[in-house]
Design a binder for this molecule. Structure first.
Ligand SMILES: [Zn+2]
Length: 458
């Protein structure tokens, strides 16, 4: 099985202390690069920094929150989907394809059931993701939502190394990361090329002949592009106002904001605070709201909706709790952002002063395909069904120990539901499978329900 490029086994093996160090937000000295082992440590740290930033952006940006809500909503229909019987296509969105439904003899779930709702939510979501992608196809590189999420995480991955531990050894450590450089450029650092093409900002040189991507002004642009008004992303509104889609989803917004900066003759921008002012002017001009106003309006809208939806529910299932936890974490990240915006758009502030890493600790798991040689202090082997290892075998998945038994139960339910949902939505095509989880999920599903995995999703 091919490994995830983000989690090569040899990097994350036995580096619990390192991970912890990083999550405490202290990536600040150049001690890493004295020898080869240090280079591996630096590489390990930047991988974790990247994933950590994703976690923050799923809460901070309106787009990330839209994605998070989608998964929590889909999960609510999964138990019903699995017990109702009949064949399930992978991806489940094929339930909405008449040809596939006839060819496979599928029995479509009724829209009034949780399973039917989950399928409808998944189909709508897939169409919108696709349309966001199509808007950006007119450009040399697709800069849809997922690409923007990757570029933004890259800022906070490369930034610290770029600015705190400058020099050819660091550049070399980043360039010799065990990943495919062409993919890296296409999927992660593409935004530097776009800014360079528009003259807004060029790449910078590190050392004599090393060239690195300067990421310091990326944050404001990408954050502004991902703050669309998702409270209007409903079929009725979209049908009434065809332009609306491009004003909400990331590709259309980034396109418009860059166009605004280009029209205003912004050139050689190197100050992230100035970039922040420019994108706010752009957002006020284009959408009538500053970045922070868009964020607080989004939180307010979804909080009201969630509270209204929960009014008549007697007991909360784990996924409803997931929606509430998401909202609460969002509010705390947003408060920090409102108080000090640069602490979340400028990588220097982010790592140096704000210690955001110490305040927003993600729920996370570490994976190793080969198995961990030992389990670091403060970590335990993950015991939910796709992540536990047979007795005597090395643990493939570990996570921080949490004190509360109830919290552990919720975590386990969520781990399983997330993995099953990911398979039902994207099959093997999801880029986020780590270690043996994908094969375990597939085997589990195949042994219990009649799934038909279609084409490239297998
Ligand atoms: Zn990523």
């Amino acid at each position: 099985m091919p490994e995830s490029p983000l989690f090569p086994a040899d990097i994350l093996q036995d580096n619990g202390a390192l991970v912890h160090h990083n999550l405490n937000g202290s990536f600040s000295d150049s001690r890493y690069i004295k020898n080869k082992r240090d280079v591996r440590e630096l590489q390990g740290e930047v991988v974790i920094a990247h994933e950590h930033r994703h976690y923050i952006d799923y809460h901070l940006t309106n787009y990330g929150s839209w994605l998070s809500r989608f998964w929590d909503q889909f999960k609510q229909g999964v138990p019903d989907l699995l017990v109702r019987g009949g064949r399930i296509p992978v991806p489940v969105t094929y339930f909405d394809d008449d040809t596939i439904v006839r060819a496979l003899g599928l029995d479509r779930p009724d829209l009034t059931t949780p399973a039917g709702m989950a399928v409808r939510i998944a189909s709508n979501h897939a169409l919108r993701v696709e349309r966001d992608y199509l808007i950006s196809e007119s450009w040399a590189r697709a800069f849809n939502g997922p690409s923007q999420m990757e570029a933004l995480a890259t800022v906070f991955e490369v930034g610290p190394a770029e600015h705190f531990a400058r020099g050819p050894l660091v550049a070399n450590a980043l360039m010799t990361m065990p990943r495919d450089q062409a993919t890296w450029q296409r999927q992660y650092t593409w935004f530097g090329d776009v800014l360079a093409a528009l003259g807004i900002r060029d790449v910078i040189k590190i050392g004599e002949d090393h060239q690195a991507v300067s990421t310091r002004i990326w944050g404001p642009f990408l954050l502004a592009a991902m703050m669309g008004k998702f409270s209007r992303l409903f079929a009725k509104e979209l049908n009434a106002e065809p332009k609306l889609f491009g004003e909400i989803m990331p590709a259309g917004r980034l396109h418009a904001i860059l166009n605004y900066a280009h029209q205003k003759r912004v050139r050689d921008l190197d100050d992230p605070d100035l970039a922040w002012d420019i994108v706010n002017d752009a957002c006020l001009d284009l959408y009538g709201e500053s970045v922070l106003e868009s964020l607080s309006a989004d939180i307010e809208f979804w909080e009201k909706r969630l509270m209204h939806g929960l009014q008549d529910i007697e007991s909360l299932n784990p996924f409803m709790l997931g929606l509430i936890a998401h909202l609460e974490t969002r509010k705390s990240v947003a408060a920090r952002f409102a108080e000090n915006p640069s602490s979340l758009y400028d990588p220097i502030e982010y790592w140096d002063k704000s210690q955001v890493g110490a305040h927003v600790l993600p729920e996370f798991m570490l994976a190793s395909s080969a198995g961990f040689e030992s389990i670091p202090d403060g970590y335990i082997q993950t015991s939910s069904m796709f992540y536990s290892s047979p007795d005597g075998d090395r643990a493939n998945f570990i996570k921080p120990r949490v004190a509360s038994a109830q919290h552990r139960e919720l975590q386990a339910a969520d781990e399983e539901a997330t993995a099953i949902s990911r398979f039902l939505i994207s099959g093997a095509r999801s880029r986020t499978w780590v270690g043996p989880e994908r094969d375990r999920v597939r085997a589990w599903l195949q042994s219990r329900v009649d799934i038909r995995v279609i084409g490239p999703f297998g």
